[in-house]
Design a protein. Structure first.
Length: 177
């Protein structure tokens, strides 16, 4: 099943890249606004203005991700996954624009890249109302912190567990009529 999904996604990527290859090139791209390791809102979009800072999980550059590379299997499904570093750059852009909550979301997303997709989905489902006990949510928070070093996500789950407890949204709680 996972192989089939990967094949479907790879085909979709091929189609998108094929469409991009035939689209006219954008003009008027501005020069990078920042240098070094920090970026600001002036660097946005990073894929245009700071693509030198973006790498795939396998170390390829954005320029390496071409239709030809996909067709030759030198750009794989993994190359199209986002990295924690790219998410951190996006967080810096958001922060510099005064969008602290978006920056925090990007940093939580960066932490989640270390966790297998299947486990992320299990955790997501466990966070739905009436799906987990308080102890189960705390166990997920502990796993996030201790196994994956995802401290921000762990704090988020602990906060959710407390809110669910107060609002009677834990498994076994009876919804109010």
């Amino acid at each position: 099943m996972a192989e089939l999904n990967e094949q479907l996604i790879a085909e979709m990527v091929r189609q998108v890249l094929k469409g991009m290859a035939s689209a006219p090139a954008a003009s008027g791209a501005s020069a990078p606004a920042s240098s070094g390791g920090k970026v600001t809102a002036k660097d946005y979009p990073l894929g245009t203005n700071r693509k030198d800072m973006i790498k795939t999980p396998t170390g390829k550059t954005l320029d390496d991700l071409t239709l030809d590379a996909v067709m030759k299997d030198s750009a794989t499904f993994k190359d199209f996954s986002i990295t924690p570093q790219a998410l951190e750059l996006q967080a810096q852009v958001a922060e510099s624009a005064g969008r602290r909550q978006i920056a925090m979301n990007m940093r939580r997303a960066a932490e989640l890249t270390a966790i297998p997709d299947e486990r992320v989905l299990e955790m997501y489902n466990a966070l739905r109302p009436h799906r987990s006990t308080f102890d189960e949510l705390i166990a997920i928070a502990d796993e996030l912190q201790n196994k994956y070093n995802a401290k921000t996500c762990a704090a988020h789950v602990r906060e959710a567990a407390d809110v669910y407890k107060r609002r009677k949204l834990l498994r076994g709680d009876r919804p109010e009529s």
